[in-house]
Design a protein around this ligand. Structure first.
Ligand code: NAD
Length: 243
């Protein structure tokens, strides 16, 4: 039996596009899963209604669910004109999730960050996770995602909690409510006759099922590594050139 089958999963934002795919992937492999979200859209798993910026609501639901692993996908959508909301949910909310996880004795926290946390409008070619956050973030959404990601990574190994953050770029697939509707709005409002740059810029898009799968793999691998394995990983990492 793999360690993943012993975990009980608590998907924050599990009513959303990616969160729902994570829930379905967990159910498909026979795992026990509960959802925490401000809205309920599905009724096939235990649902806890709440806001992550209210730490007690998170802690209470964690206790009731019997969770051992949190997968935190919640965020306001990109492109809103309310910087304070991003800070409240992504930064204060994620801090509250970490505190609740530690108070309840949760073992694992997987956080959905964003590729945008290291993007400041310049081309990024062959970079990896050693690239520092830019001094000036692209916008309030990305600034708050970077801060939340940093909080999650700093919490790794604190009070028995192991953490990891994933940085998807664009996500596409069934259930998307942002990307396709945005493209359709552009088309329907006839804003298709100009281009930005020389039309050679590349951007990563990943199918939502693959992003969900990556979250399950990250959760499965999130266990205390042996000291010898850690030393080898550090060695491999420090000898790989950053081009
Ligand atoms: P989504 O809007 O479909 O899902 C987010 C879910 O979080 C929603 O169900 C929403 O109700 C919930 N939520 C929002 N605020 C909450 C709060 N305060 N408390 C509890 N729940 C709350 O978004 P998505 O596209 O599935 O994105 C999921 C994650 O992936 C986000 O963290 C986002 O930053 C990240 N991401 C998305 C993309 C993309 O292309 N969609 C790309 C990179 C990163």
């Amino acid at each position: 039996m793999s360690s993943s089958t012993r975990d009980v999963y608590f998907v924050i934002g599990g009513s959303g596009f990616l969160g729902r795919h994570i829930v379905e992937s967990l159910l498909a492999r026979g795992d026990i899963v509960a959802v925490f979200d401000v809205v309920q859209r599905y009724h096939d798993v235990p649902f806890y209604s709440g806001d992550i910026s209210e730490g007690e609501q998170v802690a209470d639901a964690l206790r009731k669910s019997g969770a051992t692993c949190i997968i935190h996908t919640a965020s306001p959508a990109h492109g809103l004109e309310d910087p304070a909301l991003y800070w409240k949910v992504n930064v204060d909310g994620t801090a509250a999730v970490i505190a609740a996880a530690q108070a309840v004795g949760i073992r694992k926290l997987v956080y959905t960050s964003s590729a945008g946390v290291v993007f400041n409008g310049q081309n990024l070619i062959n970079v990896d996770e050693r690239l520092p956050y830019p001094e000036k973030a692209m916008d309030a959404y990305n600034e708050s995602k970077a801060k939340a990601e940093a909080l999650v990574l700093e919490a790794n190994g604190q009070n028995g909690l192991l953490t990891v953050a994933l940085r998807p770029a664009g996500i596409f697939g069934p259930g998307d409510r942002q990307v396709m509707s945005g493209l359709r709005d552009v088309y329907e409002s006839n804003r298709t006759h100009f281009q930005v740059g020389d039309n050679n810029n590349l951007f990563d898009w990943t199918y939502v099922g693959n992003v969900a799968h990556a979250h399950l793999l990250a959760a499965d691998k999130l266990s205390e590594p042996q000291e010898q394995e850690l030393a080898q990983r550090r060695k491999d990492f420090s000898t790989t050139p950053l081009s």
